[in-house]
Each structure stands twice: as C-alpha cells, then as structure tokens.
Design a protein around this ligand. Structure first.
Ligand code: GRF
Length: 210
C-alpha cells in the first residue's frame, strides 16, 4: 500500500488521535494525518488538530440532512486532502455504505472492549465499561477492527486483553483500557503502513515483518 494518508473522524476528546499523532512524531508510525473531521463543532479532537496545524473540519448531518449530500460532502473533503485511509477515533456516527465501499478495507475503528462482547449501538464510552463490570467479567480489552456497514461488526485486526480488578469502577477500568488503546491503534496502523495485513473474509492475518 502507498504511504498512509490518514483522515481522522472523531466526535469527542481526541486522545486516540493525539496518541497517534505523537507516535508519528516519534517515528513509531510511518503515516501522515491529512485532516481531522468531526460531527461536533466543539470536539476536543478539532481543537487538538488546530493547535498542531492540522486541518480541522466540522461537518454534520444537521447541515446536510440528506444522506447522499452528506456523503458527497464528506467524500469531497477526503479527496481534497488526498486521504487514502480513514480512522474512526471516537466517532459516534455510522458511516454510510457509500463511504464504507469507497474505502473498502481501509477504515479502522477502535473499541474499548473485546468484540463481539459489549459492542453495538449504545455501547460507547463509560457504558461499555459499566456493562463489563455489571457482567462480572475478569478481563476486558481493546479491539481495533475494520469497519463494515454496521456498528462494531467488522473483522478484528488486533485485540489485547486488559485485566478487570476487584475494586474497579467504570472510570478506573476506562483509564486502564485507554492506555492500551493509545498503543494498539498505532500498532495496527503501522501494520497497514508496512503492508503486513492480509484480509481473507473475517480472518485478518498479520504477515511477519520483512
Ligand atoms: C475511545 O475509548 C475509543 O475506544 C472509543 O471512543 C473513545 C474515544 O476517545 N471508540 P478519544 O476521543 O480518542 O479520547
């Protein structure tokens, strides 16, 4: 694959985006972030992008209630910034089939649990960690997965476990999980940058480093 020119889609704080940006600077990831796009004008991710001199764009379905127009707008921004790879980093909207097909196997999402458990609509943020604790799980984790046309159902690229401790609250668990998110999103992207990802249906194989 050619050099990864990443478009980030984020709805909130933007810590995953920031971690990836730092890892690019530290040369742990060979890629560039072309643009950050958010459906929330007040998203921390947009602020971080602006402060680092990265283009930050707000586009929401409130401005473009018609899905087709929204998609056209989104795709034209991605084209304008020559994006060839999309990452969802806390993006709470579902991408339409048009966008998913245009970037087939080139969209990743990160989820703060071990999918297929604790995923799907409504499973975001603290709700995920609350559900993990309510179930009494002893481990949770992180999943980086390819994005398909549903919520959280695309094939996993990397997963990593995180222990659940007896005295965890949703917040303490979220914090432990987030540290791992900040590591493995970069790792997953680096695998794509090195052309080491082989996708066969739902089985994603990681080829050894040359
Ligand atoms: C992360 O926990 C991620 O797993 C989930 O949304 C959260 C985004 O956090 N998809 P941030 O905006 O990257 O700080």
């Amino acid at each position: 694959m050619a050099h990864l020119r990443i478009g980030v889609l984020a709805s909130g704080r933007g810590s995953n985006f920031e971690a990836i940006l730092n890892n690019i600077k530290k040369a742990k990831l060979k890629a560039s972030i072309q643009v950050v796009i958010s459906n929330k004008a007040s998203a921390g991710a947009l602020e971080i992008a602006r402060s680092k001199g990265i283009s930050a764009i707000h586009i929401s379905s409130k401005q473009f209630p018609d899905q087709e127009l929204f998609d056209q707008q989104l795709l034209s921004i991605l084209d304008e910034y020559q994006v060839n790879f999309i990452i969802l980093a806390g993006y709470l909207k579902m991408l339409s089939p048009t966008v998913v097909r245009r970037f087939k196997n080139r969209i990743l999402n990160i989820h703060p649990a071990l999918l297929p458990s604790f995923g799907g609509k409504g499973m975001y943020g603290i709700h995920v960690h609350q559900a993990v604790l309510d179930y009494g799980c002893k481990v949770s984790g992180v999943t980086v997965h390819l994005v398909d046309e549903e919520y959280d159902t695309g094939p996993p690229v990397l997963q990593r476990c995180v222990p659940v401790l007896d005295d965890d609250t949703p917040e303490t668990l979220a914090e432990r999980v987030l540290k791992v998110e900040h590591q493995i999103y970069t790792e997953a992207l680096q695998l794509f940058a090195q052309d080491r990802v082989e996708i066969n249906g739902r089985r994603v194989k990681i080829k050894p480093e040359l």
